[in-house]
Ligand binder design. Structure first.
Ligand SMILES: [Zn+2]
Ligand SMILES: [Zn+2]
Length: 128
């Protein structure tokens, strides 16, 4: 019974005839070529496959000498859970009074991934 030789997508060059595995495949300068097996002496062809991928990320518009094109993305009410105590100058986990809550409108640049927050005081219900 003939042994099945794994010689495709291997990490080293494997002789397709006898299965001899070269330990210095990386030393071959060319990405494809002809080889003579060190073990069985038969000639065969090899092809080196290298998978190269690229990832790109947009730079800030300003880097490209352009102006941001901010468009509305989403908005939310920012109700702080803690704030600075004006008397002790310490941050405390006591909620800020409602008049210091903010309504935040987030604008996102349509050309890059920059965001800009527009903060306005959150008005109380009865003032609207
Ligand atoms: Zn061989
Ligand atoms: Zn931009």
């Amino acid at each position: 019974m003939r042994k099945k030789i794994d010689h495709s997508y291997t990490d080293e060059i494997v002789c397709p005839y006898c299965g001899y595995k070269s330990s210095e495949s990386y030393e071959y300068e060319w990405d494809d070529g002809e080889l003579e097996c060190n073990e069985c002496g038969k000639e065969f062809l090899y092809c080196r496959e290298i998978e190269v991928t690229y990832t790109t990320t947009k730079k800030d518009c300003v880097s490209n000498g352009e102006e941001h094109d901010f468009v509305f993305d989403h908005e939310y009410d920012y109700v702080q859970k803690y704030g600075k105590n004006k008397d002790t100058d310490k941050w405390e986990d006591t909620p800020l009074p409602p008049e210091e809550h903010e309504h935040v409108i987030v604008h996102k640049c349509s050309k890059c991934d920059s965001t800009e927050n527009e903060r306005t005081p959150l008005k109380k219900e009865e003032e609207v």
